[in-house]
Design a protein around this ligand. Structure first.
Ligand SMILES: *Cc1c(COP(=O)(O)O)cnc(C)c1O
Length: 379
């Protein structure tokens, strides 16, 4: 396989463009600081993790053994005993959320899904795909689910199993739905059957490494978790992890065994590089490494918050979040920087590639854009 010189030129231009954009990539939760070049030889085989990672596959060009180590790491992180955990490396957070809702529906086809209005936009779509009834719950200004509104809605549907889609870090504001309060109101409403899924796309790799963070994990009555791999850990392609209690997955596995296979995952062919990349990051950073990475992300978030406030942009953060929310800046900023905007607000997320220097450059550009817009003649 070789390219002619025009095509090579095209690739060079594409890469230059990406390297330029990366200097202003500050509004999305995806870490751009990594070096997986040691893994290049793995591009040379048609590897595929088709099927259940815990079952020997006849597709022998697989990385199931490494995938199991990645799952083990997350099981420990989320306090689920090895023997009770099941998981697999997904194509991203969305697939993990879909998996959680799939398990919930298999258990409780008559269940009602409760999710807050600040939930990721993809969730409404997947609830339609799964075909579960659902109710949108108000979010508080912080972005967290309004527990009183949840309780009122639960009271109206007492006879239906309650399926809670909880956010562990909302997309826009990094807010945490309070799992303890959620379990309390389920009990108070005397609902006997319930299922809690945690969408921990970004914060699933933040909270476990903080000293004082609220607990969210399998010590609570949750059933499944989804985490993105390309967000805090970082990867050159989307990936993630779905984790669930094994006894629930076994029920599904059995029902599919009936048609001749243990088809426990959503996708058939699965990315076999993703587990190798995640394993590489996990092994090279280790728990202590991730702790110091998260510490630094928080320091930079605090720095950015202060700097934005000095410019009068009303910046704030939820506790235990590296998402800095502020007033939508002049349009010129959104055209040059990848600052994510939503209505009147914008955010930056200080994932590991975001440096003090990058924040300074953004602050300078925002300051200039505010000064320039003030100078413009009024009609
Ligand atoms: C990013 C995100 C998702 C979607 O995850 P992907 O990895 O992009 O599929 C879902 N929920 C939340 C809260 C997110 O931030």
């Amino acid at each position: 396989m070789t390219l002619n010189s025009d095509d090579k030129q095209k690739l060079d231009t594409l890469l230059d463009g990406l390297e330029n954009e990366a200097k202003k990539f500050i509004g999305y939760p995806c870490n751009d600081a990594f070096d997986y070049s040691e893994l290049t030889p793995f591009w040379k085989h048609s590897i595929n993790n088709i099927g259940d990672p815990f079952i020997e596959s006849s597709y022998r060009l697989n990385t199931h053994s490494i995938e199991r180590e990645v799952i083990k790491f997350f099981a420990e992180l989320f306090h689920l005993d090895d023997t009770e955990s099941w998981g697999y490396v997904t194509h991203g957070g969305t697939e993990g959320n879909m998996y959680g809702m799939y398990l919930a529906r298999e258990l409780y086809p008559q269940g009602v899904v409760y999710y807050s209005e600040d939930t990721h936009y993809s969730v409404q779509k997947l609830l339609r795909l799964i075909g579960l009834r659902s109710i949108m719950i108000r979010a508080m200004p912080s972005g967290a689910m309004d527990i009183e509104d949840l309780s009122a809605s639960l009271a109206l549907h007492r006879d239906a199993p309650a399926i809670i889609f909880a956010n562990i870090g909302t997309t826009m504001k990094g807010a945490l739905d309070d799992i303890d309060s959620i379990t309390d109101v389920i009990k108070k409403n005397r609902i006997r059957e319930s299922y809690i899924h945690c969408d921990a796309a970004l914060s699933g790799m933040i909270l476990p490494f903080m000293e004082d963070a609220p607990i969210f994990d399998f010590r609570q009555p949750i059933n499944s978790i989804s985490v993105s791999g390309h967000k805090l850990i970082g990867a050159p392609f989307p990936c993630g992890l779905a984790m669930a209690r094994k006894n629930i997955v076994n029920r599904i596995a059995r029902s599919v065994e009936y048609v001749g296979s243990l088809d426990t995952t959503l996708a058939g062919s699965r990315n076999a590089l993703a587990p190798v990349f995640l394993w590489y990051a996990i092994r090279s950073h280790g728990i202590e490494g991730f702790k110091s990475i998260i510490n630094k992300c928080v320091d930079i978030a605090i720095y950015a918050e202060e700097g934005l406030n000095k410019l009068g942009l009303n910046a704030w953060r939820n506790p235990h979040s590296i998402t800095v929310v502020f007033d939508r800046p002049p349009e010129i900023i959104n055209q040059t920087w990848s600052v994510a905007v939503y209505g009147k607000i914008a955010h930056i997320i200080t994932v590991p590639h975001v440096t003090y220097e990058m924040v300074d450059r953004l602050l300078t550009d925002i300051k200039d854009s505010i000064n320039n817009s003030e100078k413009e003649p009024h009609e």
